[in-house]
Ligand binder design. Structure first.
Ligand SMILES: C[S@@+](CC[C@H](N)C(=O)[O-])C[C@H]1O[C@@H](n2cnc3c(N)ncnc32)[C@H](O)[C@@H]1O
Length: 229
C-alpha cells in the first residue's frame, strides 16, 4: 500500500542519517537520562502524556506511517516537551541496529496491528523472536508494557510473557483490564468507548539473566524505503 507522503521538517523528527551522525540517543537529547521507546506511536497522544509524567526520562516515538509521524511531531512541538524525539523507522530494525544491550528502561507497545486473520498472525509484532530482542535491549528491571483490544492477541501475549521465566509479572495475572494511571492512546480510547476491554500486560526483565544478541527474525524484511521521510 502506498502512503501519501508529507515532508517532515520538524526539529523533533530524527532521520536515520541524523541519528548515525549524532552517534547515540544520549547525544541527541544532550543528556544520559533513561531511554524509553514507544513502538507504533500512531498520532503520538500516548507518548506526550507519558513524557509529561516523567520529565527526567527520554522518549523515542517510532512509527512506519509517515502521516502518523507528522502528526506526532506536531503534537510534541505543541506540548513544548523537550524529552521526546520522533523517528520513522521499523521497530525491529531500530532495536537491532541502534539500541544495544541493556539500553532501554521502558518499552511501550500500544494496540499494535492485530492481524486478525489466522493466516496473517505470524506477522504480529509480539512473538518469541521479538521478546528475545526486547529482553536483550531492556536493562535489568526494565519494563515492557503491552496493550491490545484483541482478545486472542491479549490472551496469547499474556500467556507468552507469563511463561517466560526471564520476566517478572508486575500484575497479579498474565494480563489485566485495569489500566490504573496508564495513559490512554487513541486506539485504546476508541475501543474503550465501544465497551471493549483493553488487555494490559506489564512485565519487568529480571536481573542476572544472560541473553545472546538475537539475529533478525527469519523472513524479516523492511517493507518500505528507509530514508524517504
Ligand atoms: C493500530 S495503530 C496503534 C497506534 C497507537 N499506538 C495507539 O494505540 O493509538 C498501530 C501503529 O503501529 C504502526 N506499526 C505497525 N507495525 C510497526 C512496526 N513494525 N514498527 C513501527 N511501527 C509499526 C502502524 O503504522 C500504526 O501507526
Amino acid at each position: 500500500m502506498s502512503q501519501r507522503m508529507t515532508l517532515i521538517t520538524s526539529p523533533v523528527f530524527i532521520s536515520e542519517a541524523h541519528l548515525k551522525k549524532a552517534g547515540s540517543f544520549a547525544a541527541l537529547f544532550g543528556n544520559d537520562n533513561p531511554l524509553c521507546l514507544d513502538i507504533g506511536c500512531g498520532i503520538g497522544d500516548f507518548i506526550v502524556q507519558e513524557a509529561k509524567r516523567f520529565p527526567n526520562q527520554n522518549f523515542i516515538a517510532i512509527d512506519i506511517f509517515n502521516q502518523g509521524c507528522s502528526k506526532t511531531c506536531s503534537r510534541i512541538e505543541t506540548s513544548g516537551l523537550k524529552n521526546i524525539r520522533m523517528m520513522r523507522i521499523e521497530a525491529r530494525y531500530l532495536l537491532h541496529h541502534y539500541l544495544g544491550k541493556d539500553s532501554l528502561e521502558t518499552l511501550y507497545i500500544n494496540c499494535p496491528d492485530p492481524w486478525p486473520k489466522k493466516r496473517h498472525r505470524k506477522r504480529r509484532l509480539l512473538n518469541e523472536d521479538f521478546l528475545n530482542l526486547a529482553l536483550y535491549c531492556l536493562q535489568p528491571g526494565g519494563v515492557l508494557n503491552f496493550t491490545t483490544d484483541f482478545v486472542d492477541y491479549g490472551e496469547a501475549t499474556g500467556e507468552l510473557l507469563a511463561a517466560d521465566t526471564r520476566f517478572s509479572n508486575l500484575h497479579a495475572t498474565p494480563y489485566t483490564h485495569e489500566l490504573g494511571d496508564y495513559p490512554i492512546s487513541k486506539y485504546m480510547r476508541r475501543f474503550l468507548e465501544l465497551g471493549q476491554p483493553i488487555y494490559f500486560c506489564r512485565y519487568a526483565k529480571k536481573t542476572g539473566i544472560q541473553i545472546d544478541p538475537p539475529s533478525l527474525q527469519k523472513g524479516f524484511r523492511l517493507r518500505w524505503p528507509k530514508e524517504d521521510a
